[in-house]
Each structure stands twice: as structure tokens, then as C-alpha cells.
Ligand binder design. Structure first.
Ligand SMILES: [Zn+2]
Length: 87
């Protein structure tokens, strides 16, 4: 059985905030692990990216969404610990 994650395991966004309800696997089913921004048709939308780059990207996105940078940094602190970035 697939584990259900509350947050995207690539960018850390809460899955319930994903307007598409999750990314898509190559067979068209929903990904329970990654959001629609990170994962489409069984592949990551941004490849060759490090956890630190993803973290910086997330902070910029949140700032765009009018979240104060201090909070954005706080929310993004978990990014390097998500499943995608574990070796
Ligand atoms: Zn994501």
C-alpha cells in the first residue's frame, strides 16, 4: 500500500493546497507523494535541481504569495528532509 503524505515530498507544499489534488503518475493515476507543480506524467517538472535550490524556489514562491520572507524561510526549512532529497 502506498503511503499517504500530507506534504509534497519534493517542495513541502501541503497536498490539500494543491488545486489539482496531486501530481500524476505515468499511468495517469494521482501521485500521493508529489504535488502537481513538481510531478507530472511520472516525471519531475524540474530536474537537475538540488534541495537547496528547491528551498530557495519555494521561498520565492511564498514571497510572491505575500507570505513574509521570515515565515517563508521557516516553512521551507523542512525541504531538504523530504523523501525526494534523501539518498
Ligand atoms: Zn511539490
Amino acid at each position: 500500500m502506498e503511503k499517504i503524505y500530507k506534504h509534497c515530498q519534493s517542495c513541502g507544499m501541503p497536498m490539500k493546497r494543491d488545486e489539482l489534488g496531486g501530481g500524476t503518475n505515468s499511468d495517469g493515476s494521482k501521485s500521493l507523494m508529489y504535488c502537481s507543480h513538481c510531478f507530472q506524467d511520472g516525471a519531475f517538472t524540474r530536474t537537475n535541481i538540488t534541495a537547496q535550490q528547491m528551498q530557495a524556489f519555494c521561498i520565492e514562491k511564498m514571497v510572491e504569495m505575500k507570505i513574509p520572507r521570515l515565515f517563508a524561510r521557516f516553512f521551507a526549512r523542512t525541504v531538504p528532509h523530504l523523501e525526494r532529497w534523501k539518498n
